[in-house]
Each structure stands twice: as structure tokens, then as C-alpha cells.
Design a protein around this ligand. Structure first.
Ligand code: MN
Length: 740
């Protein structure tokens, strides 16, 4: 790339080592040794400007160690391998990074590509350097996994490394920059992959850290290698246009300088060249023509302090009229990565738009080097711990600005770095963003939106697809909760919700619900016991009830009913005693009607897990002490023995008419082994408006497979419809309800 096409390259210019081709390919060992000695001398000289002598010696030691370890290894370009770590270290000296980081940069590929272990590095160069090397090689390793999965993981690890030590990221970014600068030697497909990765991942990371010079160069190189043709065309056009621009730029520059001098403002004024990728993106993003984009002239004014920034702005607005609505005060409200400046668009001579940036020297340093400016521009006095504190504060402010910034959606979409390893961000249907702890489910989401939504949720759609409520949410998911008027929280949710809010709301609901539900069931059981004796609850006097409460040690009638509902007290016994207190003679026994039940699983009424009855199935109930009523299917094989031996314990029950609830049930499907069968079955089930909660499979036998589906259905009719639809699939051999 020509230097002209790449306007900003501060670290590169400061590098003691020119790009890798400066280290010639295979040569005589003597010549190579001489070359190395020369490089080391240059490095020492450069480090002398900012490091202490003993630190320079440590870096020199790492230099020799790495050169020796990589001896005999070559890059694809034919250059000795050591030219790469040396160039990476060179980039880092551009940011004035400390000796530990420089040693790690020199050694960053040693642990991976040679047989030297981390333990050796630890012993020889200290714990910090070894840890930095380890951090970098961990990031390297992740890249070699399959692309998509690897990337999410990649970001996470990057963050962990970053949280621990931002120098790992700086080394990794320098490593990527050098690889991008020497990308020509790779195969075109590899080149494109790396270029895309650079644009998608590394350039945005550099941007987040405020490393703008690096950010621009990574973008420029990424653009060049991802779209070589567009790059060439654009670069030619820019060169051709530059001649015409020179005159205009010179004129504006002189006008600004003269006016600032009149106002007695000391300032450095410079024209800004747009970089190609910026032009390209503006053309694409705003559908502008090349000349529309290029006809904007950029200027930067650097002054000594903040008040002068605003004075300068006033002067410029006096010189050229500002374009309304184009003024941005990034000093009062800095950008997410710490960037500060005043931006204004003015109408220059010949009516051309002029973009002005006004900032202080310090802001300029931060704008160019971001997080690295702490190393680069530290005052000679500040101790290292202070420096770490500053870096820490920087990262902290990034996180804070991020969570407060208005558009996390865009952030997630474009930046793809996980700055929050412990949180996920999801969208409500209205586009609002909720932050939930990692591992949170749709139920957590529902309770986060509103307690009522949580209490009534029955299903959810994630990214428009019906998904089980327990599915873990991922950042960027759009979540829609489906509620039903009569739905209640399911105790099973407690096993997977992540938020304290959801947990406590479910618990609270179940506790109050369980009492109410048990009391109602108790009431029904007592009514039935009265009916069995051909009398009614009206036959019992207030006095008899008082007596009964005393005997039970209960305060209210409801307490007694709850005990009956929970099976702690038997309804027939209670009723007989009540009648005895009042000396009422029980009438003739008559046939009892069934107890009506509602399918509130997990409450006082529980639907047996073995047969999973659904409304419409003939059912029978059993009161279990402390649990309440367990409802089984009439033909459940599990209860056959108990029903014949303890027939008296069983209770006739029937379904109460009810709508809006969903029940889980299982079916067994035997199907021929053919491609796409499972998809066909799943498709039919979805078409019949059901939701698959779980699929399992028996061992394949010969030509058939047995599949078990746990489905959500409204009732028996709904299930019959599903089964009928499945029978139409030619490969389905047999189909039945499944009982455990
Ligand atoms: Mn490397």
C-alpha cells in the first residue's frame, strides 16, 4: 500500500523495524546474525527514549531468546519467522508499551511454534510476561476452530483477557496489524477470510479501545484485501482528485489560520485526508456519489485547553456559516470509546462543505491512541500501579458508557465484542432492550417485563419461533411471551430460572396459590363427603364448627379445608365428626358424583407424570398425604395394583371445563428410517398448533426407529388431531400415547 493512501499510521512510523521485507529471506548465517545485531541496536536505541536501562536489557534478552527459538523457521513470504514478533514489538514501542509487554510481544509465538514451554518463559522472563504470552496464544488458538462458534467464544475470551490485562489485547492487535500488513503472500481465499475477520472483529475492538490510528489502518487493509478491485478503483480516483483539491484545501487552511491569529488563538491547523474505507462506507451507507463524498473538506484544529476549543468554534462559525444541525459537542458528551472533540460542518468558499474538528492536545492523543495513550503520554513521574489504575478506569468507563449508551442494538450488531460476559441483552417485541444474567430463560424475561406476564406465561417465541420456556436466551434474541388468562406459574420453572425476581415471584405465587387451591379442593372433598351421606354442610351448626376447630387446633375453617385438600385430614372422617357434634343423624348413603378438578399441575391437584392425563381422558384420583390429589389416567398401568387392593382410597374425578391451559403429554411414533422423517413429523406437529418440548429416540431396529415426543396440547381432541395428521405421513408406521 502506498503511504499516500494511508493517511494515518503513527505506530508504524515510530516502529524501529520497517515492514518484514526489510529482513531479507534465506541468507548466510553470518549475514543473518549481523542483520539481527543491527536490528537489536536499533531497538535499544529506540527504547532508550523511554525505558530504563535494566528494562532495555530485559527486552534485549527476550529479543535474543526469541530469535534463537525461531531459528530455521520462515514465514510464507520467505522472511525469517523472527521478523514477525520483532515487528509486533516494534508496533508496541510506537505506543511506548512497557518492558513486560515488549518481551511478551517478542515471545508471543514461542510457546506455540517451538518446544519452549510457558514454565521456561515464566522462569526466565517473569510471571507477568509469561501470562501475557499465554493470554495471546489462547486468543490465537481460538481462531482455528470452526468460524462461527469460535467467534462468540473468541470475544468472550478476549474480554476475559482484557479484564485481566489490556496489554494482551494490545499485543494481539499489533500481531493482527502486522499480519494484515504482510497479507499479500497468502492465498486469496485465506486473505479474504482474515480481512473479513479483521473488519468484523479486530477493527471494532481497536475502535472500542479508542485506538483510532490502528482502527483506520486495520480497516484500510481489511478493505484492500476483501475488495481488492473496489479498493484499486477508489484509490485511483482519490489520487486523481487530490490535485484539484490541493488549491481549495490551501485556501481554506490559510483563511482559518489567519482568522485564528487575529483572535489571538494559538492553534495547530491541518487538513485531513479521508481514508478509502471511510469514503467507501459513506458512499454505500448514504448512497452518495464519489464526488459528493470527496467534496467534503476535513480540517482539524488543535488548541491548548477546553475553553479555547469553544472560542475556536466561535471564530470558525464567524468565518464560514455553519450547517444547521451539524454541530456535535463530543467534549460535553464523549463518545463511547472516550473520544472527545467539537465537530461542526461549515459552508466553505465555493459553497463546499467543510468539516472541522476542534480538540485539545490531550484529546488528540486520546483520539489517536485511546487506551494506549496512557502508556504513550504518561508523565515521566507516574508509577506503574498508577498507570494500571488509569487503564482500569478507562475500561471501567467504557463499560459504563456502553450500558448507558442509547443504541446497544447497533453495538451488538456491529461490534460483536462481548463486553459483558455475565449478561445477555434481549429485545422485547417493542424493541426495548432488557439485560438479564447469562443463562436466563424466557420465564426470567417474562417476570422482568411484568409479574403478571410471568404468572400467566404459557409459551414463548424467540426470534419468531416457538421455543420451550426453559431455553437459554442469547444476546440479540427477540423474545415474545405468550400468555393465557387462566395460566399459573409452574413449580418446574424454579429448577431453571436465573433471576432472583422470577424465583421469588414464582415462590410467592405458589405459596399463596397452594393454600387457596388446597382449601378449594378440601372444600369440594368435604362437600362430596356430605353428599355421600345424603346431607349437606348446612346441617352443621356454628357451634359444631367451633368445636371442630378447637379439636384440630386450627384458627379458621379454611385451615381445616387446606389440610383436607392436602390429604392431612380425611374428608369422610371430618364430616362424620362434625355431624356427631351436632348429633345429626347421617341420612341414607347415595352414589357420589365425581369431584371436578382443574389441571393445575404441581398445586393441590397434580397430574401424574407416569401417564400424563389431558382433558378428555377418563381420570381417577388418589389423595396423597401432604401432596393433595394426584390424578391418573383411568387406564394407567402404574396404578392397577393399588386400585384393586386399596379401592377405597381412590376418588372419582372429572375435568372441570377450562380453557387456555396447555398440558404436556407423550406420544410414541414408530417410523421408517428415511431422510427427513423427523423434520416431516415435527412439521406436522407444528402445523397442528402444538409445541414439541422434547424428543427422544430408542435404538434403531432394522428399518424402523421409535421416537418419543413430549407435546403441549389443549386436550384430547387436540391430541387426536395431531395423531391423525401424523398418520398421513407415509413413513409413520405406528403411533400411540406413551406411558412410562
Ligand atoms: Mn503472531
Amino acid at each position: 500500500m502506498s503511504a499516500a493512501a494511508l493517511p494515518a499510521s503513527v505506530p508504524a512510523a515510530a516502529s524501529p523495524v520497517p515492514p518484514s521485507h526489510a529482513v531479507p529471506g534465506p541468507q548466510t548465517p553470518e549475514a543473518y546474525q549481523a542483520e539481527l545485531a543491527l536490528q537489536l541496536e536499533k531497538l535499544r536505541e529506540l527504547l532508550g527514549t523511554y525505558l530504563k536501562p535494566e528494562d532495555i536489557d530485559r527486552v534485549a534478552d527476550a529479543f535474543l531468546f526469541s530469535a534463537d527459538a525461531h531459528k530455521g523457521q520462515f514465514r510464507i513470504s520467505g522472511a525469517p519467522y523472527f521478523s514477525h514478533p520483532l515487528a509486533v514489538a516494534g508496533i508496541l514501542t510506537g505506543w511506548h508499551l512497557d518492558a513486560q509487554a515488549l518481551c511478551a510481544a517478542l515471545l508471543h509465538d514461542v510457546a506455540e511454534d517451538t518446544d519452549i514451554t510457558l514454565a521456561t518463559l515464566n522462569e526466565r522472563f517473569g510471571k507477568v510476561t509469561a501470562e501475557l504470552v499465554d493470554g495471546v496464544s489462547k486468543l490465537d488458538k481460538i481462531e482455528f476452530q470452526s468460524v462461527k462458534v469460535a467467534q462468540a467464544e473468541n470475544f468472550r475470551k478476549m474480554l476475559l483477557a482484557m479484564a485481566r490485562d489490556v496489554r494482551v489485547i494490545l499485543i494481539k492487535l499489533a500481531d493482527r496489524l502486522h499480519n494484515m500488513r504482510t497479507l499479500e503472500t497468502l492465498r486469496p481465499d485465506k486473505r479474504r477470510r482474515i480481512a473479513r475477520e479483521t473488519l468484523d472483529i479486530y477493527a471494532p475492538i481497536a475502535n472500542r479501545l479508542g485506538l483510532n490510528t490502528l482502527y483506520r489502518e486495520l480497516q484500510e487493509l481489511g478493505f484492500k484485501h476483501l475488495y481488492p478491485l473496489r479498493y484499486r478503483v477508489l484509490s485511483k480516483a482519490v489520487k486523481a482528485a487530490r490535485g484539484n483539491r490541493r488549491e481549495v484545501v490551501g485556501k481554506i487552511l490559510n483563511n482559518i489560520k489567519a482568522r485564528l491569529a487575529e483572535a489571538k488563538i494559538e492553534a495547530e491547523v491541518m487538513g485531513r485526508e479521508k481514508h478509502l474505507y471511510g469514503i467507501y462506507r459513506k458512499m454505500r451507507g448514504k448512497s452518495l456519489s464519489f464526488s459528493e463524498v470527496l467534496d467534503i473538506y476535513g480540517f482539524r484544529v488543535i488548541v491548548k485547553d477546553v475553553p479555547t476549543c469553544y472560542l475556536t468554534l466561535g471564530v470558525l462559525h464567524g468565518l464560514y456559516k455553519p450547517v444547521p444541525g451539524k454541530f456535535k459537542d463530543y467534549i460535553a458528551i464523549p463518545k463511547g470509546n472516550g473520544y472527545k472533540s467539537l465537530h461542526s460542518t461549515l459552508i466553505g468558499p465555493y459553497g463546499t462543505p467543510v468539516e472541522a474538528q476542534i480538540r485539545t492536545t490531550e484529546m488528540h492523543h486520546i483520539a489517536e491512541a485511546g487506551v494506549a495513550s496512557h502508556w504513550l503520554y504518561k508523565d515521566s513521574g507516574s508509577a506503574f500501579s498508577e498507570l494500571q489504575q488509569m487503564t482500569h478506569n478507562w475500561l471501567q468507563s467504557l463499560l459504563e458508557l456502553q450500558s448507558a449508551s442509547g443504541d446497544p442494538a447497533e453495538f451488538l450488531e456491529h461490534v460483536k465484542i462481548d463486553l459483558f460476559p455475565s449478561e445477555v441483552f434481549v429485545f422485547t417485541p417493542a424493541g426495548k432492550i432488557l439485560s438479564l444474567p447469562r443463562g436466563a430463560t424466557a420465564v426470567d424475561f417474562a417476570y422482568a417485563v411484568h409479574t403478571d406476564i410471568g404468572n400467566r406465561c404459557v409459551a414463548c417465541r424467540i426470534n419468531q419461533e416457538l421455543t420451550p420456556l426453559r431455553a437459554e436466551l442469547k444476546s440479540g434474541d427477540q423474545v415474545e411471551i405468550i400468555v393465557a388468562a387462566h395460566a399459573n406459574p409452574n413449580p418446574a420453572w424454579l429448577s431453571y430460572v436465573k433471576t432472583a425476581r422470577a424465583r421469588s415471584q414464582i415462590r410467592y405465587f405458589l405459596k399463596t396459590m397452594q393454600q387457596g387451591e388446597s382449601a378449594r379442593l378440601g372444600e369440594r372433598l368435604v362437600q362430596q363427603a356430605f353428599a355421600d351421606l345424603n346431607t349437606s354442610v348446612d346441617a352443621v351448626s356454628e357451634a359444631s364448627w367451633e368445636k371442630m376447630l378447637r379439636e384440630c387446633g386450627a384458627k379458621t375453617r379454611e385451615e381445616v379445608m387446606t389440610d383436607v385438600g392436602l390429604g392431612k385430614r380425611l374428608a369422610p372422617v371430618l364430616v362424620r365428626r362434625l355431624l356427631l357434634f351436632g348429633d345429626t343423624q347421617p341420612g341414607e348413603a347415595r352414589a357420589a358424583g365425581p369431584v371436578s378438578i382443574r389441571g393445575s399441575e404441581g398445586m393441590a391437584v397434580e397430574l401424574a407424570r407416569c401417564c400424563r392425563p389431558i382433558p378428555g381422558d377418563p381420570v381417577i384420583g388418589l389423595i396423597k398425604k401432604g401432596q393433595g390429589l394426584i390424578v391418573h389416567a383411568f387406564d394407567c398401568p402404574h396404578i392397577a395394583k393399588s386400585r384393586s387392593q386399596e379401592a377405597g382410597k381412590w376418588l372419582d374425578v372429572e375435568w372441570a371445563p377450562e380453557s387456555g391451559r396447555i398440558f404436556d403429554t407423550r406420544i410414541r411414533v414408530v417410523a421408517q428410517n428415511a431422510p427427513g422423517v423427523l423434520a416431516k413429523i415435527a412439521g406436522s406437529i407444528a402445523e397442528a398448533d402444538s409445541n414439541i418440548l422434547n424428543v427422544s429416540m430408542d435404538e434403531e431396529r432394522d428399518t424402523c426407529t421409535t421416537l418419543y415426543f413430549t407435546l403441549q396440547v389443549a386436550d384430547r381432541v387436540h391430541l387426536a388431531n395431531i395423531m391423525r395428521a401424523l398418520r398421513h405421513i407415509p413413513e409413520v408406521v405406528r403411533i400411540s400415547r406413551a406411558r412410562e
